[in-house]
Design a protein around this ligand. Structure first.
Ligand SMILES: [Zn+2]
Length: 202
């Protein structure tokens, strides 16, 4: 170990913020374990766990009326109290976890549907129906949807190229591709008809 790593200040300088934080926490813990209160508390905790395990594995002993233990001493009551406090802490923690999970799950989800039929699971932007990413794509899409005037063969060709680009970019869903392709088809058909009418009029 380098000399700077030997003292706390050296560690804080050499390591990332999280690393320094961890090192500081560890040092606090060590100091506490060495203090009078810490030693007693750790000893109590170890004994508590040992006794809890004993009770769990020797339950028959408690039930026997003639058995050596019948939960009648002060020690038993303190143990029971610790146990129920521990249980209620555990329940509260589980309850909080469950609530947080529910909250996350019930947060409104993006309504975008992928080509495979699955829905996007990202949370919606507040007041919108889509997530941040799909809101962005939706805005981009509005630009891509403008295929141009499509009033003659050349501008229809431009429209087709624009549609191709949008499809390649993956900015459109199959429904929109269908609509746009149909629009182009209509325009093409219209142009042919108009041209034919003009030719016939000549
Ligand atoms: Zn989305």
């Amino acid at each position: 170990m380098s000399e700077s790593g030997m003292n706390g200040a050296g560690i804080a300088v050499n390591e990332s913020a999280t690393g320094a934080d961890e090192a500081r926490k560890k040092k606090f813990r060590q100091d506490w374990e060495e203090s009078g209160g810490g030693q007693l508390c750790v000893a109590f905790y170890v004994a508590f766990k040992k006794y809890k395990y004993y009770v769990e594995t020797h339950s028959g002993e408690m039930e026997r009326p003639s058995g050596p233990i019948k939960n009648k001493y002060e020690e038993h009551r303190v143990f029971e109290e610790c146990l129920s406090t521990l249980e209620s802490y555990k329940r509260k923690r589980e309850e909080t976890l469950r609530k947080n999970l529910e909250k996350a799950q019930s947060a409104a989800r993006c309504e975008h549907e992928f080509l495979n039929g699955e829905r996007c699971r990202a949370p919606r932007v507040k007041g919108k129906k889509l997530c941040r990413m799909h809101e962005g794509l939706e805005e981009a899409k509005a630009v891509k949807l403008d295929l141009g005037s499509m009033e003659d063969a050349d501008s229809i060709q431009v429209g087709i190229r624009k549609l191709q680009a949008a499809i390649i970019d993956g900015k459109l869903d199959s429904k929109q591709i269908g609509h746009l392709a149909y629009t182009i088809q209509l325009a093409a058909w219209n142009v042919t008809r108009t041209t034919t009418a003009l030719l016939e009029a000549d």
